[in-house]
Design a protein around this ligand. Structure first.
Ligand code: NOJ
Length: 530
């Protein structure tokens, strides 16, 4: 059966401010992305997801949109989008836009109109109340309700007060949003990443969220978010949205599902629809919060994979613009990060990479004076915000590291020279070479892309072991999550296994005894010979 492109794709997320600047203002842009398409093509990715580039006052750096149909001049123009589509498609790369549909900017014409009176055309486009009706909190601090002098009512916002939530119970809102999505689909965009898509519908009677037991630093985390998100009515809206996308050939939507820590895979998978008729893909963030040990990784990978089931497609993600980079969570240990890459690229389904992940780029250190993220500004020093994981890409060792001729909007990672793409390209032991090889291996191997995964319980608990099976093909993956040599001795693994790929030095090339020796942090892929 022909696979749809998103069923086995490798998607590369670009945080556009930080990828490549082309005009010297210290902020990345579309022309910059264009310039790096050959690099991305060389890396072997199938699609690019670009964090929001629409017109925005940038209260939340683009996640507050004031015009969905125009590109913010900081990033470029509609012509640049067309050119990017053309050039990306010529290289067999899809372009996915980040759509923020739960809320707009306070400067969106809909809100400007809505706040004018209780009777205007757009008066019900947002969620208004005469009083603060409940205990809902904003995810970035403070209450979820702000008083608007002009209208004399409170409006609801799940995030900043500059990001009022749209009223998805109003048919006209749904129609207007769908029209806007069609505008981009008609223009040739290949799909959407949907921001906090499980938050769009709120409880009709504004019930209070119940409190959680115990204490947490932020009031937001002190409640169970059952009435300000995950309302059952969301599913019907997603089914309709799916119909819209499916009325075009080959379009895909992947949803960000906002969950309570440390991840709720069953909830995330529910948005794929019981019959696979809602989102094409949904994110599960469990592994961005999982300690780097074989057992918890296996447990969470298995849980997610089972929640999705074999008839739908799982996504795999270790990094994004909202969470400390994996390499920094791993204390900068490249051997561990390569092991994680091997894990990632040998999973079934859609793989999501975050720019810089492929060069082992760590978080930047961002002093208070250079904070940009509203979350960091509010919670500093208890929480540094998300600027550290949004530092500029490092292309070369020259001034501005090939990112910009101007002063970059955020600081570069410390010892930036170490990470330069230019050097890693020619080093076959580099992180970049590891990603490149793994992506290429995956591309040429239907069993790695599509095969069913069986995560094994083995006696040695430091090693994660799984088998991928597709028709009569089998692959065996062994990942040593420890700094010591480990042995895996399992009679069920006896068979004629040929080594296909290994990170770290490999002692034997083939195995038939069911005994495998692994060096510290070694990961390998075997192919079963019949
Ligand atoms: C989730 C996005 O990933 C995050 O960056 C943003 O701040 C919030 N949604 C609000 O849009």
């Amino acid at each position: 059966m022909k696979m749809r492109w998103w069923e086995d794709c490798v998607v590369y997320q670009i945080y556009p401010r930080s990828f490549q600047d082309s005009n010297g203002d210290g902020i990345g842009d579309l022309r910059g992305i264009l310039k790096r398409l050959d690099y991305l093509s060389m890396l072997g990715i199938d699609a690019i997801w670009i964090s929001p580039i629409f017109i925005s006052p940038m209260a939340d750096y683009g996640y507050d949109i004031s015009d969905y149909r125009s590109i913010d001049p900081i990033y470029g123009t509609l012509d640049d989008v067309d050119l990017l589509l053309k050039e990306a498609h010529a290289r067999n790369i899809k372009i996915i836009f980040d759509m923020v549909l739960n809320h707009t900017s306070i400067e969106h014409p809909w809100f400007i109109e809505s706040r004018k009176s209780k009777t205007n055309d757009k008066s019900e486009f947002y969620i208004w109340s005469d009083t603060i009706p409940n205990n809902w909190q904003g995810a970035f601090g403070g209450k979820a309700w702000t008083f608007d002098e002009q209208r004399g009512q409170y409006y609801m916002h799940s995030f900043l007060k500059e990001q009022p939530d749209l009223n998805w119970r109003k048919g006209e809102v749904v129609d207007a949003v769908f029209k806007m999505l069609a505008f981009w689909l008609d223009r040739g965009i290949d799909g959407f990443r949907l921001d906090v898509i499980n938050c769009i519908v709120k409880d009709e009677t504004f019930r209070n969220n119940p409190k959680v037991v115990g204490s947490r630093p932020r009031p937001y985390d002190m409640q169970r978010h059952i009435f300000d998100r995950n309302r059952p009515e969301t599913h019907a809206r997603l089914r309709r949205m799916r119909k819209l996308l499916d009325s075009y050939p080959d379009k895909m939507m992947v949803g960000e599902i906002m969950v309570e820590n440390p991840g709720e895979p069953e909830l995330a998978s529910s948005y794929l629809g019981r019959d696979g008729d809602e989102l094409h893909l949904a994110f599960d963030f469990s592994l961005t919060q999982t300690p780097f040990h074989a057992q918890p990784w296996k447990r969470n990978a298995k849980r997610w994979s089972e929640a999705v089931g074999i008839n739908r497609v799982p996504t795999w993600v270790l990094n994004n613009h909202d969470t400390t980079r994996l390499i920094s969570r791993l204390g900068g240990n490249i051997a561990k990060a390569k092991l994680a890459a091997l894990f990632l690229l040998t999973q079934r389904g859609a793989i999501f990479l975050y720019y810089g992940e492929e060069i082992g780029l760590p978080n930047s250190k961002v002093p208070k004076s250079r904070l940009e993220d509203p979350l960091g500004k509010r919670y500093w020093p208890f929480h540094p915000g998300r600027d550290p994981e949004r530092g500029p890409m490092i292309w070369s060792t020259s001034k501005g590291y090939g990112f910009s001729d101007g002063k970059s909007w955020l600081p570069f990672a410390n010892h930036a020279d170490k990470y330069a793409v230019e050097n890693q390209m020619t080093d076959k032991n580099s992180m970049l070479s590891c990603y490149r090889e793994l992506i290429s291996l995956r591309k040429g191997d239907i069993t790695l892309k599509k095969g069913i995964t069986t995560y094994l319980d083995t006696k040695n608990t430091h090693v994660m072991v799984y088998i991928r099976k597709y028709e009569n093909q089998e692959r065996l993956v062994l990942l040593n999550f420890s700094s010591r040599q480990q042995t895996i001795e399992e009679s069920s693994l006896s068979g004629n296994w040929e080594l296909k790929y290994s990170i770290q030095r490999m002692v034997e090339d083939s195995q038939d005894s069911g005994i495998f020796q692994l060096q510290p942090w070694q990961g390998c892929i075997y192919i079963k010979n019949k």
